[in-house]
Design a binder for this molecule. Structure first.
Ligand SMILES: *Cc1c(COP(=O)(O)O)cnc(C)c1O
Length: 453
């Protein structure tokens, strides 16, 4: 028998998923007398209450039957799909947010600025792989989607975290000259990630805060990787009236009624950047309830006067050759999905998640042992703090599962300081209600009540 030891690559062996590791390390067991309620992973299809837009479903059926989308598309994506993405992500000046460019566009993309990927995860991988050599470093938000770290670990890039203020809408702090974030930057710092709306805490950054982040990146010569997979999933109620009665607003040939009210208040980061290159990552998974379709994309925004991102573009195109792009059927259906899903459908998803967020804060917010430092204002998550400093997020998650069969994720998975857990609030209200009752009785049994309540 061979004595040979078959070795794996070092890069692969240091590639880890913090959620998997923490969960496996916790040895999670549910209470056999209670059915498990998983409020853990961010998969909006989990409970069957949120459905894919009928237009999208039909579009996939039609392209499958057509037999015209079964071959290899170009590596960076089918022309029609890239063109549709360039159209829907461009913002004409008339609809824009104030500072409009002389060419009539606040944000302008062409097909050449778009690269398709197998989900936003692969789009992030393309960005990091295009930018980072081993030994480089990346600035990540203080709490963030764990995949960023996984991808950077594979590349041998170091992760440094800029602080978010949990009590101030999870905004970044220390961005001013001489501030804490400045200390993180050295000559190997290449890019910073800005995720908005934010997984895992549901924060939404407004124009002013995005501008502060851009100013920081500009001062240090960093590229911004903007993960905007939850774009438009924001919960303000005062814009609701506008959005509920969408007026057909056709500007420069494209209908912007669906995104108009949101983009005014929460513009995509790239639309605000006059100097800093931005790689925007987005995808269908969350906004269209189809994570399994694995469709994402990268948008290259290069506002430099001399095409400073030329080499990065070449790198992205080269990397696409590795797997030749996402599934051809979804690529072919993409223009219809993006441009024919009725605004009412997007609006109804937004209102459902807004209602679930409100319900979550009402129910968890009145448990004395818990604290929600900042109310979620977008995405589909909230980070909840455990007031009792004796119990870590990990311990809370393990014991809650063992006794109440409710699964949430420890804040530690997302880089949070101990004492937080994340709740995904996509489930139907009846399921959330049962889960929150169980959390309340668990807290009552085990946690010190503040002020002797
Ligand atoms: C879910 C998620 C992704 C990954 O999306 P896929 O398209 O399913 O790969 C990326 N970023 C954030 C912040 C997410 O929450």
């Amino acid at each position: 028998m061979s004595k040979r030891k078959y070795k794996a690559s070092n890069a692969a062996l240091r590639t880890r998923n913090p959620i998997r590791e923490l969960i496996e390390g916790l040895d999670l067991r549910s209470n056999p007398r209670k059915p498990v309620i998983p409020l853990s992973i961010g998969d909006p299809t989990s409970f069957g209450n949120l459905a894919v837009p009928p237009v999208a479903e039909e579009a996939v059926v039609v392209v499958a039957r057509s037999q015209r989308a079964n071959g290899y598309p170009p590596a960076a994506g089918a022309d029609a799909a890239r063109e549709a993405l360039a159209r829907v992500h461009s913002i004409p000046a008339e609809a824009g947010s104030g500072e409009d460019r002389s060419d009539g566009w606040t944000l302008r993309y062409t097909k050449q600025d778009v690269v398709l990927a197998s989900g936003a995860s692969h789009a992030l991988d393309l960005c990091f792989s295009a930018l980072l050599d081993a030994g480089d470093n990346v600035l990540l938000p203080g709490v963030s989607f764990p995949l960023y770290e996984t991808l950077c670990a594979y590349l041998g890039a170091e992760v440094r975290r800029y602080l978010l203020d949990s009590a101030n809408g999870w905004r970044a702090t220390g961005l001013e000259p001489g501030g804490a974030a400045d200390q993180l930057v050295d000559d190997r710092t290449v890019c910073m990630v800005v995720n908005n709306p934010v997984n895992p805490c549901g924060a939404v950054y407004d124009r002013e805060h995005l501008q502060a982040l851009i100013a920081f990146a500009e001062r240090h010569g960093l590229i911004i990787v903007a993960d905007e997979i939850y774009r438009g999933i924001v919960f303000d109620t005062d814009v609701k009236e506008n959005a509920a009665t969408p007026t057909a607003t056709v500007v420069n040939g494209h209908d912007i009624s669906a995104t108009l009210p949101w983009d005014r208040r929460y513009p995509p980061l790239a639309s605000l950047s006059r100097t800093v290159p931005v790689l925007t990552v987005d995808g269908l998974a969350k906004r269209y309830i189809v994570p399994g379709w694995r469709m994402g994309w990268v948008l290259v925004h290069d506002p430099t006067p001399d095409g400073g991102m030329r080499e990065v573009r070449r790198a992205l195109e080269g990397l696409c050759m590795k797997i030749l792009g996402p599934n051809s059927l979804i690529q072919a259906a993409l223009p219809t999905i993006l441009e024919r899903t009725p605004p009412e459908w997007n609006e109804s998803l937004r209102l459902t998640l807004a209602r679930n967020a409100r319900f979550t804060c009402e129910r968890l917010g009145c448990i004395p042992a818990l604290h929600i430092p900042s109310t979620p204002r977008g995405a589909m998550y909230v980070l909840v703090q455990i007031r009792d400093a004796e119990m870590s997020g990990l311990e809370f998650v393990r014991r809650l599962m063992a006794e109440e069969s409710v699964l949430v994720l420890p804040g530690e998975c997302f880089g949070a300081t101990p004492g937080f857990f994340r709740v995904t609030f996509c489930a139907p209200l009846s399921v959330l209600s049962e889960a929150y009752s169980r959390i309340a009785s668990f807290c009552q049994r085990h946690l010190t009540q503040p002020n002797g309540i």
